[in-house]
Design a protein around this ligand. Structure first.
Ligand code: XIL
Length: 371
């Protein structure tokens, strides 16, 4: 596939992270009718505090941060009753100090539920354990976290179980756990925006088609029952082996979600590559083109309030750990699915996100776009 990004234009642009324009528009004035969106990224305080270049990059590029792991239940309470708040506290403090908003990720996710809690939930089916968890986390971060992924990944891949994923919470409480979680969160965090976040909505294949239908049905049911939910998170982990995207599918899906009266956040954008043997400029062009295609339709939807990438630099992308054989040793073998490379240099993907988020930016900023 030939992309709209030219490697030549990119090379000629040359760039360092310090010179890269900010993806987050820091101005409040708008010259066109396009809405102002936030740009953010998933972050870890251990990386930010030990790598000054990375810290600077977050400060320059983002107006929003989401903790990649620190707010997950198993990160906060690996052993029952022994809490580890420090990393989350430090990251939230870093964000607040620098005027960034925080997206709270995530209160309930099967994969990040500690083993002891899973066991107890399955055995006792006692909601008070969930309530206690929400009380502690929402209570501690209420003033600084504006939006929460209350439930992460509740959607199933087929039509069974009413479209719900058969996870610990489903097994303990049935499908009503989603509604109960949102109501419990609202009681404890009356001012926060509450969201459900999920993946696998982007491509034109039967599994994702089913997932879109299941998700829409779930949200529609919640809305009808007047359950407190303000927003949905669309993870958007793009994947070149499933692509290219069919823009109409993304457009219709976001339109249907917006039609249910909710805001939308693109919460975990990144791109898994298909062919890591192609020359790097070709790989980078493919990645950028896929995101350009996605954001072109996603940002045409006014309900989409912002974009978050799952990390900023390929150096720390979770996708490296997903590779067969684990994280590659050689730099050129790393997946290149985030806006900055492993040496924190901006890539064509940075240009693609910038162009999509800031169509009013001066022409110079768009110089990376070819043709
Ligand atoms: C991932 C983190 O990036 C990893 O570091 C961690 O080991 C596992 O979780 N969908 C989500 C995120 O909602 O929480 C996941 O984050 C990536 C997939």
């Amino acid at each position: 596939m030939l992309s709209t990004f030219s490697a030549v234009a990119w090379a000629a642009g040359g760039a360092s992270s310090a010179g890269a324009r900010s993806l987050a528009s820091k101005t409040t004035t708008r010259t066109t009718g396009s809405p102002q969106r936030y740009f953010g990224a998933a972050a870890r305080i251990d990386q930010i505090s030990s790598e000054p270049g990375l810290a600077e990059l977050f400060l320059r590029q983002c107006t929003c941060i989401t903790p990649e792991i620190h707010l997950k239940w198993d990160a906060l309470e690996w052993e029952e009753g022994r809490f580890s708040f420090e990393p989350a506290d430090d990251l939230v403090r870093f964000a607040v100090k620098h005027g960034m908003s925080v997206r709270g990720h995530t209160l309930l996710w099967d994969q990040s539920t500690p083993r002891w809690a899973k066991k107890r939930l399955k055995r006792e089916r006692d909601w008070s354990l969930i309530k206690r968890h929400f009380d502690i986390v929402l209570g501690r971060y209420a003033d600084h976290v504006s939006e929460w992924d209350v439930i992460n990944e509740p959607v199933g891949d087929d039509g069974s179980d009413g479209g719900f994923r058969r996870n610990t919470f489903f097994e303990a409480f049935g499908p009503s756990y989603v509604e109960r979680a949102l109501r419990t969160a609202r009681e404890r965090a009356p001012r926060a925006r509450l969201a459900i976040n999920d993946y696998g909505f982007d491509y034109d294949n039967p599994v994702e088609e089913k997932r879109r239908t299941n998700f829409l049905k779930m949200i529609e049911t919640l809305r009808r029952a007047d359950v407190p939910i303000d927003s949905v998170g669309v993870q958007a982990h793009l994947d070149l082996s499933k692509g290219p995207l069919n823009q109409r599918i993304v457009e219709n899906f976001l339109n249907d979600l917006a039609g249910l009266g909710l805001d939308i956040a693109i919460t975990e954008l990144d791109v898994k590559e298909r062919d890591l043997r192609a020359p790097i400029p070709v790989r980078d062009a493919r990645v950028a083109a896929e995101v350009q295609s996605y954001l072109e339709v996603a940002l045409a939807q006014p309900a989409v309030r912002g974009v978050i990438t799952w990390g900023l630099s390929d150096r720390h992308s979770w996708l490296q750990d997903q590779m067969p054989g684990g994280r590659p040793k050689k730099l050129e073998k790393l997946n290149r699915g985030l806006p900055f490379d492993a040496e924190l240099r901006p890539k064509p993907l940075h240009g693609a996100i910038l162009a999509a988020l800031q169509p009013d930016a001066p022409a110079g900023a768009l110089a990376l776009r070819a043709r």
